[in-house]
Write a protein that binds this ligand. Structure first.
Ligand SMILES: NC(=O)c1ccc[n+]([C@@H]2O[C@H](COP(=O)([O-])OP(=O)(O)OC[C@H]3O[C@@H](n4cnc5c(N)ncnc54)[C@H](OP(=O)(O)O)[C@@H]3O)[C@@H](O)[C@H]2O)c1
Length: 291
């Protein structure tokens, strides 16, 4: 039997790297989708040496660039007919208002639009596989309502508001997609890894030398990346969770998401707004991939 294939973004460091290691140990051929091919290849080498497993493959996409996502997905589907697991993990928090080449606020682009774009691009391969799972890295630090103005800037923009809004959108996308994929072979769930000592967490504090003690504290109270990878890995691999879809997990178990993320009218608003930004309606993508 050929190996099961996993694709994970942001696999070169932080929670993604620890999760990728766990996926290979669980037997997946693990595609490390990193920002550049250099980073992906270096991580493949390092993880292969650490685990003594030859189950890592490099792939590259700058996730704020839709063309790079399309090209990476096409490359993956060209190599593998079936994709059994997608972990949308890469994420950012910014201190300053930044826009992508498309002119979209960067947190929105990387944390939400890239999840949607990559998932839709890989859907044909995900649908061909059996027992497929999609795991979206969300966060307990989520907003509780849909407020696209959180991405407006530069005046009045706040990095933490853009981040928490993007994490609310991860939940909305997860639950809406899970419903649309009911009856297919794909389960879609969201996972909160806990408070994990990574660059992203330190990004909330900022790089100022005066804040070095706070960064030190954050490193102290944050969990290790191996520990942070536990919930995403459980959602990705635990056989007991077979058939479980449209759920939010934290501390390894199902947890209650904000009810607003399950609200159908909010899901419709988010889907239509995302389609306006990207030209990609995930509802239509599901219908067309399911045929
Ligand atoms: N850390 C926490 O406490 C925490 C809590 C809740 C949820 N989360 C979620 O967990 C996920 C992983 O976070 P982390 O803490 O592990 O973050 P991290 O250590 O900062 O790693 C982020 C990863 O995302 C990649 N990435 C960022 N922007 C990218 C882009 N434009 N194109 C391609 N790759 C890009 C980075 O690649 P480069 O190295 O090339 O920049 C890196 O591999 C995120 O979705 C985050 O929201 C984290």
């Amino acid at each position: 039997m050929s190996a099961r294939v996993a694709v994970i973004t942001g696999a070169n460091r932080g929670i993604g790297r620890a999760t990728a290691r766990g996926l290979a140990r669980a037997g997946f051929e693990t595609v490390l989708l990193c920002r550049t091919m250099d980073r992906a290849e270096q991580t493949v080498e390092e993880l292969a040496a650490e685990t003594r497993l030859e189950r890592f493959l490099p792939a590259a996409a700058e996730l704020s660039d839709p063309a790079e996502i399309e090209a990476a997905a096409a490359g993956i589907l060209g190599r593998f007919n079936q994709v059994h697991l997608l972990v949308n993990n890469a994420g950012i928090v910014n201190r300053r208002y930044e826009t992508t080449a498309e002119g979209i606020e960067e947190t929105l682009s990387v944390n939400h639009l890239a999840y949607v774009r990559l998932t839709c691009a890989l859907l044909p391969g995900l649908l061909r596989a059996r027992g497929t799972r999609i795991v979206n890295l969300a966060s307990q630090a989520h907003a509780r309502e849909f407020n696209p103005a959180d991405f407006d800037g530069p005046s009045g923009w706040k990095g933490h508001r853009a981040y928490t809004q993007s994490k609310f959108l991860n939940l909305v996308f997860t639950f809406d997609l899970a419903r649309r994929l009911q009856g297919s072979r794909i389960a879609v769930n969201a996972a909160h890894p806990g408070l994990v000592a990574t660059q992203l967490l330190e990004g909330f504090v900022g790089p100022s030398p005066i804040k070095a003690p706070i960064r030190g504290l954050v490193r102290l109270i944050g969990k290790s990346t191996d520990s942070g990878a536990r919930t995403p890995l459980r959602v990705a691999t635990d056989p007991i969770l077979t058939g479980i879809t449209g759920e939010y997990f934290r501390k390894g178990d199902r947890s209650d998401p904000p009810p607003e993320a399950r609200d159908r009218s909010i899901q419709t608003q988010v889907r239509e707004w995302t389609a306006e930004l990207t030209g990609l309606d995930w509802g239509e993508a599901v219908e067309s991939a399911r045929g």
